[in-house]
Design a protein around this ligand. Sequence first.
Ligand code: PRP
Ligand code: ZN
Length: 299
Amino acid sequence: MDKDGRLKLAVQKSGRLTDPSLDLLARCGVKLSRGKDQLVGFGENMPLDVLFVRDDDIPDLVQEDVCDLGLVGLNVLEEKRLALAARGVRASFESLRLLDFGRCRLSIAVPEGTSWTGAASLAGKRIATTYPQLLARYLAERQVAAEIVTLSGAVEIAPRLGRADAICDLVSTGSTLDANHLEEVETVLESHAVLIRTPVALAAVKSDWVERLLLRIDGVQQVKESKYIMLHAPRAALEEIRRLLPGSESPTIIPLEGHPDKVAIHAVCRENVFWETLESLKRAGASALLVLPVEKMLS
Ligand code: PRP
Ligand code: ZN
């Protein structure tokens, strides 16, 4: 669908992915104007519009090419993939990037005090879930016959209502399970956010913007852990110091005016720099150590 040449990106309207998705877009330099309760955000400095929708609808919107891109949880994506496969349809949305937010897991939980000796404990039991496909696959892989009770929400209260003996639901902090006296016993799927795109070829202008967005997303994901480190070192200790710099490729070595035996070293470290590392560097002869956060990165 290409009515106006603007990219359409589907984002969860309200839920665990909403804030981090908007934060990612902001870090990628997207300025959105969005009035209160508006379901579309207009990209002011990019031909990109953000559609705020239910997360469960995102795979369909992208698969059916209503939206070009979507930010969605792997849990929703995999459930949809299996549901399509069950109808003989092949999922054709393409995953572009795994993202480092929206981490949670789809887990089996049982009422506190229930005896548990592995998946076999579910045999003959009723399990409530909003993820019937993923649960069915989990059970089939373990050759466990159980009844799947498909609900559209409030899964965690099903055992208390006598509708199920166990549940299969998303867990992130675990506080929903705690509040309902349920105990997590096994993980069905580890999940995180994913950026997906339509299977349909995009017009050149749009695909250029997708490429630019991807480069920026990569940059944003890299800088989170990266630090810029500057220090002075005796030339004699150069090898030792390079070895100690965590995750740095080729540091810049700069001569120091008036100190022929010393150099300044600047390096991007793609891991966090801890006090222990600074102490080792100092022991190796480094001085004037400075660690700075990295704001943007483009390689
Ligand atoms: C999930 C799940 C629980 C809650 C668990 O719902 O159904 O209610 O999150 O999180 P916690 O371990 O931090 O307490 P979600 O908000 O993803 O809603 P949705 O499935 O309707 O999208
Ligand atoms: Zn949902």
